[in-house]
Design a protein around this ligand. Structure first.
Ligand SMILES: [Zn+2]
Length: 495
């Protein structure tokens, strides 16, 4: 049986969730005596439970809704004013704050949510750490996404023409004005980055931070957010998962912070008959419909040892982030080259006091015995042309090829957050405003709503609905167990 979520219960959870005062404090200077800052935050989050501000406004007009929310807040010692917040109040407060309202909220949000995150069992402190197989509760994920502006009307930067407006006269159509020169290239989209963490259970999901990027530099914005979130949670973040937009410098930045970076990128399928002639430093696979048709290869320093008076040399290559070895006489490795397998990983303080270093030690097997081969993944390596590149650009601490499905699953978590938000909005995935900073403020609201649900189900069971949902998670799934039981009884035990 599925237990449905209930918007009024979500509103009550929002009214009682921890952390609202810290956010309210950030906007208190722009609130007037008659506008209660906590209620404004409740309104900002509450709009997501119903899909739009208008709907929330009309629901709040029913006296019973607001009084139920006030009672809910009172149970955690929070006093909300008698009159419900309104759309106009929020607009007024935002207007007084001017540009940067969303940013102020976003900055306060990351800090304010830390106690809630811990209360739902995510990013626990002092959790045992396995570098090669981080626990899901200690893996943070990040991603960027673009929200189409509410209006498609924009000026084509090439032709200077107004596109999408059906107005026949020269009025002033509502359109997105990029705040940064050249931003968005005239396309009305508002780009956002977010960070979150998702536990094993349903609704055990917390948004850790949100940010904007207007200059096409998604990873810069994501890494800024990463550092902000990391400054709050520190060593509780064991790993950081991102898609293939995360490359050498960002991977290195995560390592310096003492976090294992995981790039959830599909590796080229090994032993694929479609592999054709190596094209420069890349293999090109023959079938273009493969999920990934290129494998990046990079030559690393040789592994060498002395066998009697003779030096035995092994060429080492990074093949799609994983290490392989072959005879130095072979100009390139192939998918048949010997994989070096899983490294032993160890963090160490950087001698220059510059954060952390990450050492990966591999074992190179040879008929003359084996060699230990260690790389400093926070360091640099020389290219064939003599330049220096971050080693982490070519060698990944956790090779995504082997455990790809699992990593991909974790990677999807962030997309599910965006999907939830986009699906919930009555604007069908469009952003709620033309001004990026307003959208950022609304995204803080969306984060609060998602976090309030996690808190209600996994920490407080504050509402009846939260209690029911928690109980439904504790119940075993009947159909699955009866079906699987017969199969398992004939399978050999011992695994
Ligand atoms: Zn050897």
């Amino acid at each position: 049986m599925t237990v449905a979520r209930n918007p009024i219960a979500d509103l009550c959870a929002i009214a009682a969730m921890p952390g609202l005062e810290a956010l309210a404090e950030a906007i208190a200077p722009v609130c007037t005596l008659r506008t209660d800052p906590v209620s404004q935050i409740v309104f900002l989050a509450g709009q997501w439970t119903l899909g739009s501000r208008n709907k929330l406004t009309s629901v709040l007009e029913h006296e019973s809704t607001w009084s139920e929310m006030r009672e809910s807040a009172a149970r955690v010692g929070r006093c909300l004013p008698v009159a419900p917040p309104t759309q106009n109040q929020l607009r007024h407060v935002r207007g007084r704050a001017g540009a940067g309202f969303g940013q102020v909220l976003a900055d306060a949000f990351t800090v304010a949510m830390a106690p809630l995150t811990r209360s739902v069992g995510l990013l626990p402190e002092h959790a045992p750490r396995n570098l090669l197989r981080p626990d899901r509760a200690n893996i943070a994920y990040g991603d960027g996404s673009k929200f189409k502006a509410l209006s498609d009307i924009h000026v084509d930067l090439k032709t200077g023409e107004l596109v999408g407006s059906r107005a026949t006269d020269d009025g002033s159509p509502r359109m997105l004005v990029p705040e940064v020169e050249g931003a968005n290239r005239g396309v009305p989209q508002i780009p956002l980055v977010t960070m979150g963490v998702h536990g094993d259970k349903r609704w055990q999901r917390v948004v850790l931070g949100v940010g904007l990027y207007l200059d096409y530099r998604e990873m810069d914005a994501s890494m800024n957010l990463f550092h902000k979130v990391h400054s709050v949670y520190g060593e509780s973040i064991h790993a950081y998962i991102y898609d293939m937009a995360m490359t050498g410098d960002h991977i290195q930045a995560a390592i310096h912070a003492g976090v294992i970076p995981i790039v959830a990128q599909r590796g080229a399928p090994p032993h694929n008959p479609g592999v054709t002639v190596p094209d420069g430093l890349r293999f090109v696979l023959g079938r273009s419909n493969e999920p990934k048709n290129r494998a990046a290869i990079f030559r690393l320093p040789n592994a060498a040892h002395w066998v009697g008076a003779r030096e035995c040399v092994h060429a080492v290559w990074a093949l799609d982030g994983a290490l392989v070895t072959c005879d130095p006489a072979d100009l390139r490795p192939s998918f048949d080259s010997t994989a070096l397998g899983t490294p032993h990983l160890a963090f160490a303080d950087h001698p220059a006091g510059d954060g952390q270093q990450l050492f990966a030690t591999y074992r190179v097997h040879c008929r003359n015995g084996h060699i230990e081969y260690t790389l400093d993944l926070s360091g640099y390596t020389a290219t064939a042309k003599g330049g220096l590149v971050p080693l982490a650009r070519h060698v990944r601490p956790i090779d995504p090829t082997g455990s790809f499905t699992e990593l991909r699953g974790l990677r999807s978590d962030v997309e599910s957050s965006y999907r939830t938000i986009k699906a919930r909005s009555e604007l069908f995935g469009r952003s709620s405003s033309l001004a990026p900073d307003h959208v950022l403020a609304d995204m803080v609201g969306a984060g609060l709503w998602i976090n309030a649900v996690a808190w209600d189900v996994h920490a407080a069971q504050h509402t009846d609905n939260g209690r029911r949902l928690a109980a439904s998670l504790a119940r075993p799934k009947r159909s699955a167990t009866t079906k699987g039981a017969g199969c398992r009884s004939v399978a050999p035990s011992g695994r």
